[in-house]
Design a protein around this ligand. Structure first.
Ligand SMILES: C[S@@+](CC[C@H](N)C(=O)[O-])C[C@H]1O[C@@H](n2cnc3c(N)ncnc32)[C@H](O)[C@@H]1O
Length: 268
């Protein structure tokens, strides 16, 4: 709860409905070990927001350290007071940098992440390319870049979809609102609302002004930025429901689902 308003805190609602840091730490360690034959230690979480992934990294990885980069000072303050403060003696393993990912210092990293499609804030090809070049430069010689993407025909439709969440004593609905899509530029405007018990809506708790890139464009840009190999990890299907089953494997062919999420793994 936020002490000022007595309403649930929007960052807590976000973390409990959008993020799954334990899954992502396990996924990245598995993929990194498979490719490099050793365990990664240094994580840089770009667009880190509340740095929940960076915190989970130092909690789960023995000897692991993490840097979270974000340009929003208030979000980073929340991260420090909540997620990092809860790490106890491991808190010193997480550093926060309040700056643009395009100009951030070159922290040596085994892994860099750009999750929840945050790089889509870069709408110009040249700017996204300069970001990917910067990531390439900051990674150690055995470094790996992990990012995700969503797509499919439904990603270009103006619509709201909601799902119930019941986590850590919080019950609410998460609403993903695709408010605008421009096929000429690929730009999309999306919002997250939270429907709270008692019929109250936390309207536009988070808003995004993005370009919806597609997979071949991203693969070309990553290659141009210097990455040697780019793998796409596609989600398997639960045949009883027809929905994604939460297991992502390297794939050279996706499927024609109306909406999908995948990971890209770019190897230096
Ligand atoms: C979609 S949130 C991602 C939060 C979290 N990483 C996740 O996976 O859910 C996007 C975050 O990117 C940050 N951001 C946007 N543009 C940025 C930039 N150019 N440099 C650094 N951070 C940026 C915003 O402040 C926001 O916290």
């Amino acid at each position: 709860m936020s002490p000022e308003t007595n309403k649930p805190d929007k960052y807590l609602l976000y973390q409990n409905s959008v993020q799954n840091p334990v899954y992502e730490v396990n996924f990245m360690r598995r993929v990194y070990r498979k490719i490099r034959g050793r365990s990664p230690l240094l994580l840089r979480e770009d667009f880190c927001g509340t740095a929940v992934l960076a915190c989970e990294w130092v909690r789960m990885v023995r000897g692991g350290r993490a840097v979270g980069v974000d340009l929003d000072e208030n979000t980073l303050q929340w991260a420090a007071e909540n997620n990092i403060a809860r790490l106890g003696s491991k808190a010193e393993g997480v550093e926060l940098a309040c700056c643009d990912v395009l100009t951030a210092a070159n922290y040596e990293s085994d892994i860099v992440t750009a999750f929840n499609f945050s790089y889509c804030v870069f709408k110009e090809r040249e700017i996204l390319l300069s970001y990917f070049r910067k990531v390439h430069e900051t990674l150690s010689s055995a470094g790996i870049f992990f990012l995700d993407l969503y797509g499919g025909p439904d990603a270009q439709v103006i619509q709201e979809e909601s799902r119930e969440v019941d986590e850590e004593g919080l019950r609410f609905s998460y609403v993903w609102d695709q408010a605008d899509y421009n096929p000429v530029t690929g730009e999309t405007a999306c919002h997250i609302h939270f429907d709270l018990p008692g019929g109250n809506r936390m309207e536009r708790a988070f808003s995004y002004d993005w370009r919806l890139w597609n997979l071949p464009e991203l693969k070309d840009l990553l290659r141009e930025a210097g990455f040697e190999k780019i793998d796409v990890y596609w989600e398997g299907t639960d045949h009883s429901t027809g929905e994604g089953n939460g297991t992502f494997r390297v794939s050279r062919k996706g499927d024609d689902s109306r909406s999908w999420i995948c990971y890209l793994v770019a190897t230096r």
